[in-house]
Design a protein around this ligand. Sequence first.
Ligand code: PBG
Length: 335
Amino acid sequence: MLKERSDSSGTRSGARLRRLRRTDAIREILSENRLHVSGLVAPIFVRDGEHVVEPVEAMPGINRHSVDTVSSYVGKLTDEGIKSVLLFGIPDSKDEAGSGAYSSDGVVPRAIRELKSQFPALVVAADVCLCEYTSHGHCGVLDGGAVSNARTLPLLAKAAMEYAGAGADIVCPSAMMDGQVLAIRDALDESRYEETLLMSYSAKYASSFYGPFRDAAKSAPAFGDRRGYQMNPPNSREAMREIDSDIKEGADIVMIKPALPYLDVISKARSRHDVPIAAYSVSGEYSMIKASSAKGWLDERGAAMEVATSIKRAGADIIITYFAEQLAVWLREEQ
Ligand code: PBG
């Protein structure tokens, strides 16, 4: 007869879960999820001009770089083991049609060519959107005061083609226009860019956490907001529809953004799909940890590692984060 188990904790199940946590080594071998530097992507702001390394005030440690200074920064990232960057362009001049986004001598194509010549093995991803390039700050072109889906799609496709032509490994549509993945995939496939990966910002929410980025990119909308195209925060079933349709349209990697307030969406997507999932831990997620740790209210390293781990645990394969460089250093120190 089996002896009924009871122990000093008074439970009868015999489960003493604290045994699993007794020493560093035990905790380590039993760790269910591990952060690794190779899954981290560093976002980078590239701007027009020369010799520029310009701090982003609301994002301590993050700078805007001109094309001639970006390589020395990326050299530091690659030395730390970062294998991928995501580029955002900040042009000197903007116009109604966002033409800087799809011109071949625009800041992003120039940065891509520079980085691919200096770091051939670096995985270069480029954000595809009009908001950093339009005078009104919306993600597409306007028609009677509203963003026109139909007129925006060919411009996004044109931008993606320019970036692919400059050597980008991944193009990342983030405008939240319906059909943007299909429009870009078709354009890429019709020319000679079948090999270019497409990572779609599939579930991109209309979030307050983009505030510091809009400062950095000077891309806040001049009127209205983005709630007419970005997702409504209470909805996660709708996020699954966005993701499903992007996969059908040909996305290779789907993204959920922001990350921390939408861990449930990451987890739901993970249990539904086998495609690679990226999570974008956005500017506000970075700034809130930076600001509170600067005040001594949070331990920066602990908080940043915990947040990144939670994103991994939720099911993301790739984490796009402004902490990429620091995480890489901390992960190396932990080895
Ligand atoms: C749009 C874009 C935005 C971000 C990434 N791509 C801004 C927006 O939608 O307003 C935000 C990233 C961040 O906050 O870190 N091109």
